[in-house]
Design a protein around this ligand. Structure first.
Ligand SMILES: [Zn+2]
Length: 256
């Protein structure tokens, strides 16, 4: 690991993150839910913001950008080409397979449509860190607003193909509520049970539950486990295509 990552809370349950390249001094923030905490985090570390990586167009991910740009007018903004019309200030419009550059660091762009049409994730290859925005949460996934449910399943499977040791950074602190739904689906999963206990301890101390790892999510997150017989049986869909099982899980979670 050569890069430093600093995650910080914004608004009520959003996370912002700074990614710093010690080799060049370049620093990026991943989404800007709120300018104040972002600028404070930069100031505390004496880091100069060079880049802003946007995952998707929702206000709680981009609304801090203008105020941050006032302070760091040279910072370049990267974001999804497919949503350029809804993210008006992009300097670099990126799509699947492109690399976003932060100094000597490179983040591979993974298109993950579902939560929004243009949603992208950033994967720092070799650094084993992925910034998944509102696509993958610990023990959950984002609401699917702009595509059919099966498209979100494909997006999650792209993230699931990353190495198990990948540190997964998420756009929100939703793990506790996600755990309640996950336990209702798969109450007999010992890994899930242990994670829920860990999350309760962390939250009691007001500590973050993310980043998580992909391996941990594959073992406990029902939305990545739609192929598992136990999950399929729990929703009465044994032997069904996992995309359909995922759709049923997501629909149930919306009502939970
Ligand atoms: Zn969102």
């Amino acid at each position: 690991m050569t890069m430093s990552i600093h995650q910080y809370l914004c608004l009520t349950d959003n996370y912002g993150a700074l990614v710093h390249d010690p080799a060049t001094g370049a620093t990026a923030c991943v989404d800007v839910p709120e300018a104040g905490p972002t600028l404070a985090a930069l100031r505390e570390r004496d880091w100069n913001l060079t880049d802003i990586l946007i995952t998707h167009h929702h206000a709680d991910h981009i609304q801090g950008v203008p105020d941050v740009k006032v302070k760091f007018p040279k910072a370049k903004i990267w974001g999804p080409a497919k949503d350029a019309a809804r993210i008006p200030f992009l300097d670099h419009e990126v799509k699947e397979g492109d690399m976003a550059r932060v100094g000597s660091l490179g983040a591979k762009v993974i298109e993950t449509p579902g939560h929004t049409l243009g949603h992208i994730a950033y994967y720092f290859d070799g650094e084993e860190a992925a910034f998944c925005g509102d696509t993958l949460f610990s023990l959950g996934c984002g609401r699917v607003f702009e595509t059919p449910l099966a498209v979100m399943w494909s997006s999650l499977m792209k993230l699931a193909a990353l190495p198990g040791e990948t540190q997964v950074y998420c756009g929100h602190e939703y793990t506790e509520a996600n755990g309640r739904f996950a336990a209702s689906v798969e109450p007999g999963n010992p890994v899930l049970k242990a994670r829920i206990e860990e999350v309760a301890r962390l939250r009691a101390g007001r500590r973050p539950t993310v980043p998580t790892t992909l391996a941990a999510e594959l073992a406990a997150n029902p939305f990545l486990r739609a192929e598992e017989p136990a999950i399929q049986a729990a929703v009465g869909m044994a032997g069904t295509h996992p995309a359909a099982v995922f759709a049923e899980l997501r629909t149930r979670k919306d009502r939970f």
